[in-house]
Structures are given as C-alpha cells and as structure tokens.
Design a binder for this molecule. Sequence first.
Ligand code: MG
Length: 391
Amino acid sequence: MRRKKIAILGSTGSIGRQTLDVLSAFKDDFEVIGLAAGKNVQLLAEQIKEHNPRFVSLTDSSLAQELKSILKNPALEIFWGDMGLEFISSCSCDIVVNGLVGSLGLKPTISALSHGKRVAFANKETLVIAGNLIKDLIDRYHGEIIPLDSEHVAIHQCVNNAKKEDIKRIILTASGGPFRTWAKSQIQSATKEQALKHPTWVMGQKITIDSATLMNKGLEVIEAMHLFDISHKQTDVFIHPQSIMHSAVEFVDGNIIAQLGATDMKLPIQYSLYYPERKQLPFNLFCDLLSVGKLEFEKPDYERFPCLKLAYEVAEKGKSYPIVLNAANEIAVDMLLKEQISFDKIATIISDSLETHVACEPKSLEEIIQIDKDARNKATELKKRIKQVMA
Ligand code: MG
C-alpha cells in the first residue's frame, strides 16, 4: 500500500513535534511532505533532516533565507508567510495536521478543506470563530475534519457514528489546571510561572494558560458543538484531576460510554492519523488503571473560574460573540505571558469585550476577520487602561 502523505502546520510547536514523534514510529505507513513552522529555524532544519519533506514554510522571508543557507538543499522548496501556510495546507498531501495556535489557523484550514483534504484538527480556535463556515466548506468540497484534541478524540470514539437523537449529553473532562484547589484570592494574584505549571499535560504556553483559567474547556465545549452538531445544553464539564478519562457520552437509554487512556498527546495523534484503522501503540504508554487507583469527578466552580462561565454564555448567545471571546482571550493570554497583566485580568478583559460588543451574524470569511480584528483592537485598548491602573 502506498504511504499516506502528511503536511503539518505548526511543526515546531507542541502538537507538531509530537506528531513527528508518532510519524517517526510509522515510517512504512506515512511520509512527511510539508512542514510549516513559525520562527524556530534550527528545529525546523533538524526536522527536515529527519523527515525529508518537499515543501516547508516559515513566518517571513528572512527566516526562509536563513534556513536556505543552513541546509543547502536545492530540492527543498521554501515558502513563507500566509502564502506559505496556504501552500502547505493545499499541497499534494492526504492529511493536513493543523497544530497551529489561535485564529492563525483559520485561513489554512479553509484552504485545506477547499481542496477536499482530511484535516487532523488540533486548532480549536478556528472552529470557535468560524464553525458554520467550516461546516459549509466540508459539505461543498467533501473534505473532513478528524479531531486531534484529546477530549474530542474521546468523544469521537464514544459516539462511534451513533444517531444524533440517541445522544443525551457529552461530558467533557478537564484536569482543573494548576489552580484547581486554590482559593479565589490566591488565583487572583497567581503568577505566570504558576499558571504555566500544568499538573498532568505537557502542552504549549497558550493552551496551558487556557487550562489554568478553564477557558480551554470553554473553547472545547464550542468546538464539540460544531464537531458533533449538538447544543451547549447537551454538554457538561467535569473536573477530573487524574486526566485518565478523556471524555464521555451519555445516551438516551442511560448508558454512558467513556474513553480512557494515558495522558499523552501521542495517543490521540495516532488515532487521528490512522482513523478508522487502529494500530499497535509503538510507545510504552499503556494506561495502568490499577496504579491510577481511583477516578474522581467534581463540578467546575464558576466563581473561581469565570472564563468557563463566559464561554458558556457565549455558546448560548452565538452570533459573533464566540469571535470576540476568542480574540479577547488571545490578546489577554499574550499580555499575561508578557507579564503585562495579572492572571485575574484575563477574565476582566474578555468580559468587558463581550459586554460592549454589538453582535451580528457573520456570513463570510471577510466579516469574521473584520470582527476578529476589531475585537483584538478593543481588547488591546482595555489592556492599556488596566496597565495604567496597575502602574
Ligand atoms: Mg483538550
């Protein structure tokens, strides 16, 4: 059988690196044809030596030039910028792995789906801001999205092509992040370093902060609504500190089917790349339930984690609100990472952005991009005011 051709968007990020780890273990089944990275030229150069892709892309032309001078490989085609991402996402591959962070992933997703590709999808923000547009593209060009996020891979297996009307609710689990047991006053004065210490998962910085605020789970609820065509009222979030049950589906006849496994992204990545086949796991990542011992579940506390509540409010309101929620969150998380705001101001910036937003029903990509841009500008303004207060 011919090897499947893979393109990876965000190859030097957390999902990209772990996808390449999985692909290294299955060289007979897959070949890497395209890699799109951001600014990490050194790591991309190493990945190229190991996986020998035909096309690569970086953020800008000077980085592309730097790569060219390191590698001296005339057969390799090097691209950059938005055009580079779009080229890699629509190149002659079978599967596009979208491991980009934030709304940066929107245009390449559209490009891949417009070429009828299968997209292994870890870029939840894109579905949050443009879920309806993405679904239209899938219908029109017969592409598909296979989830790669651990919760949605779990739900995908639990649903297993069941009839929509048989599903009562989806239970998304969350580890609870580093502040699960902290008092509200402690969380308010939490530092960036404390927020970046995730108890169970190893992930990129943005998603780790989103896990500390529980916004990650809020975005995942909206992602699940689009992926599985359900209402927010059919979703529940359970805090599950062991991170062994990755999610569950309750059916109308009272049966609950849950998916369990090790806390390692290589498992959902392998599932997503091979679906509908299953392959022997090449890593020592089998889950020993006896050593886990017990599984616990708690209700999330909206008082201490207001971002999850904001996401549910937005899921109910729909329209352009999810775009504003996501844009304000991306800006606020970036500010926290630059140590320009305190941890509790993330929720303040998002909530203020939503309160003053005049909602509309975006119909096109251009409208979505404009709303996203306006929301970013407004969140940046709010941030300046907060900075003045802090100073
Ligand atoms: Mg997840």
